[in-house]
Structure formats: C-alpha cells, structure tokens
Write a protein that binds this ligand. Structure first.
Ligand code: SF4
Length: 243
C-alpha cells in the first residue's frame, strides 16, 4: 500500500479526510508518516528487566489496596513495548478493559490505535497504561483515595520504562498526573513535566470524548503532531542522538 493511500486511510479513520482534499499538493507538516524506525537507546537509561516487569504485574494482579478490587474481573496492568519511548496514560479501565485485561480496547481503543498509527506509532511500539488498574463501578471518576493507593504502581512502571515522553489522555489522567484542576483545554499545547525525573508530558483528549465530540479530533491531531515534534527534538538533543 502506498504511503499516501495509507495516510489517507488513517486520516479517514480519524474523521479528518476532508483536510487531505483541501490541501492535496502541499508538503503537509501534519501528514501522518510511515511507522517510525526503532528508537535509539535512551542515554543513561537502564530499562527494567523482564523479571522486574513480571514481578510488578504479579503484585498488581494480587492487589487489594483499595475497594476497587472487590468488583474487578481482573486488573489491567498495561500493555506495549517495554522499550517504548512514548508512554500513553489513561484514566482507568472501562467494561471492555475489565473484561479483556488490556487498556484502551473497544471503540475508544480503536480510535486511539488509529490516532497513534496516523502519527507513526503502531500500538505495539508504545506503552499504554492507566492511572488506576481496576475498573471503577459505573465508570465513575476514581476517588482520591483510589488514586493514592494505585499511583505507586504507575510510578514503578515509569521507572521501569524510562519513557522519553508521556502523553496524558483525557481530563482525569492529565489533572491527576499534573496535580491540578486546570481544564484540559488549557493544559493542551504545552510541555509539562512529571515526577522527580521531570519526564516531559503532553496532554490530549480522551478518545471516548472524541467519539462524542468528533469536531475535537482536529485538536487531538494537533496534539499528536506536537508529540511527534517534541520526540524528534529530544531524540536529536540526546547525546549521540539523531532526529
Ligand atoms: S485500583 Fe489499584 S490500588 Fe486499587 S485494588 Fe486495584 S490495583 Fe490495587
């Protein structure tokens, strides 16, 4: 499949096909790209071993730190490439995730996959996790106590992964990670920093929101272009790195 056709199909999946038709011949900075080549090793990073990841996943699977364990089908630990440079973080499992044990499945997951692929990342090339590992009943927002209990697991995932950049998906993830109640619209478009390592963090809308508000897909696409540019800059700036 040619690159232009593939790009058009990805954008169509995002509901952005009309952009292609309006600007068919321009060198489009926002045009999706072929999947990126494997990232170079991150300088100074000591990735977690498979045993480290397994031990943490087992600990989460047995966790009863908060009452969310009472109604879960299973914990939803996270999925993806343990060497990924991009960590995507959502809020908490929904019904589909609780059933399948994997974050961002169902319609939201399909849209997220399309968005990532349009930006050059097949799902398997990033790491995806949630702040909360068990499904809150009726998909309510996580309670502060649940966040307090569960966040240490995410911190340990971040330590094992050592991502070059984090993408917070949705209001709850963004506000929790940045410890703010600033509306998501005002958090977008900037590079924030997370944790003691100061890992760069960018904010975008949740795909479930985009399914309800398709006009916002254009802004989400801007966010992914921003992520792509930032990653390229940080790759180039790393010792021995290249864009
Ligand atoms: S939500 Fe997190 S802290 Fe609560 S039981 Fe599940 S894994 Fe443990």
């Amino acid at each position: 499949m040619g690159r232009d056709l593939r790009s058009a199909q990805y954008l169509e999946a995002l509901g952005l096909e009309s952009w292609v038709l309006r600007r068919p011949a321009a060198p489009l900075a926002w045009a999706p790209s072929a999947p990126l080549p494997p990232p170079p090793p991150l300088p100074g990073r000591v990735p977690g071993s498979a045993a480290d990841w397994r031990a943490l996943a087992d600990e989460v699977a047995a966790c009863v730190r908060c009452r969310l364990h009472e109604r879960r089908t299973q914990t939803v630990f996270g999925v993806g490439d343990p060497g990924a440079e991009l960590l995507v973080i959502g809020e908490a499992p929904g019904a589909d995730e609780d059933r399948q044990g994997e974050p961002f499945v169902g319609r939201s997951g399909q849209l997220l996959n399309s968005m990532l692929l349009a930006a050059g990342w097949p799902r398997a090339r990033v790491y995806i996790a949630n702040i909360i590992k068990c499904r809150p009943p009726d998909n309510r927002d996580p309670l502060p106590e649940e966040v307090r209990c569960c966040m240490p697991y995410l911190h340990r995932q971040i330590d094992l992964l050592g991502p070059r950049l984090m993408l917070a998906v949705g209001r709850v993830a963004a506000q929790t990670l940045l410890a703010t109640d600033t509306p998501i619209g005002k958090l977008r478009g900037a590079v924030h920093h997370f944790g003691t390592r100061g890992t760069p963090l960018i904010v975008t809308y949740h795909p479930a929101y985009l399914l309800r508000s398709p006009r916002e897909k254009r802004r989400a696409w801007d966010d992914l272009r921003f992520v792509r540019r930032e990653l390229a800059c940080r790759r180039a700036a790393a010792p021995g790195g290249s864009a």
